[in-house]
Design a protein around this ligand. Sequence first.
Ligand code: ATP
Ligand code: MN
Length: 370
Amino acid sequence: MRKRQRQTSPFSEVPGDVARSARWVRPDLVVEVEYAELTDQGSIRHGVFQGVREDKEATVVKLEKPEKSSGEAITVLGVRISSPDRVVFPDAGCTKGDVAGYYAQASERMLEHSGDRPVSLLRCPDGRDGDCFFQKHAGKGFPGGIGTVDIKESSGKTEPYMVISEAASFAAAAQMGTIEFHIWGSRTDILEKPDRLVFDLDPDEGLSFSDVKKAAKDVRELLAEIGLESVPMVTGGKGVHVVVPLRRTAEWETVTFFARTVASFMAQRNPDRYVATMSKAKRKGKIFIDWLRNDRGSTAVAPYSIRARKGAPVAVPVTWQELSRLRSANSFDIGKALKRLDKPCPLQSVETKQSISQAVVEALEAQISA
Ligand code: ATP
Ligand code: MN
């Protein structure tokens, strides 16, 4: 021991009471110490000597950070969910296990809406406060549990898209850090003919939810006048999606053009309140009636998807009557959304016998020229 002794402290700072009784040695021996915790001053509390570590050089030793435990893996719908205790929504105290559990419970209902469609995922592997990314394609090393379908894009390139065709796929997506599911307007069996149309009402900042509700009602009324029933969905964000279930008769081009004509007509009739062009500058104080969701390849958030926004809100289809009483687009949290699964879905109340028929197109033309 004697040859290790030294007169001066090898540390840059030493608390006075420690310095008074300390005997200094050269810091080249490595010992293992188990301890309860570090004090605020960085000293070891309740240290217990475990032995000399001859296998380690003093220079490579660093202070070990306690490993953050995110819990033992769990199994949801047969899918292994790792780190289920990892917090995904710090504000709502909602974990990865909670997200997987929600999707398991909602999976049957979600499958009816989102099954057999190309889907995009919003993934946040480090939780909502970490980096999130929107995934359109099934990449290399893609996990099982989620299907793929090859789709020829407008560029001519064929790419693999993700498809959900069983309940367990939702759990597989949750395991990949997915928070949001976004869907195409058509299903893979008849990809070129959409079975739903969406008007995405986006209020400019400063507008109230009452303004959004009024806009949704206006869209509903115009559609009803030309022979189409619609159902509102609060997005969990700021707006409302007015959804029109369709029989699959018209191809994308027709549906896109129809949606654009409806939105443009709304803006033309009410230029102070509505705008149908993307341009941010023209949206001041208005509601943007986003018809571009109705393009081949575009997506809209899936019914019953959790949103990666404050408080873990859920996108929920409601009845027109319910909408009139709602105070915001994000009033359904996971618990409230789950309670609605006992009742039929408002979005499935519409008989999908309707389509963008010749009669509908003519009725719209008559409105425009009136
Ligand atoms: P809000 O009511 O708050 O507007 P929202 O679901 O309508 O909620 P938007 O920001 O209006 O959200 O997004 C419109 C749509 O654009 C989404 O529903 C989604 O399908 C699509 N989208 C969102 N993020 C991306 C992205 N990074 N890449 C491609 N499409 C996206
Ligand atoms: Mn929107």
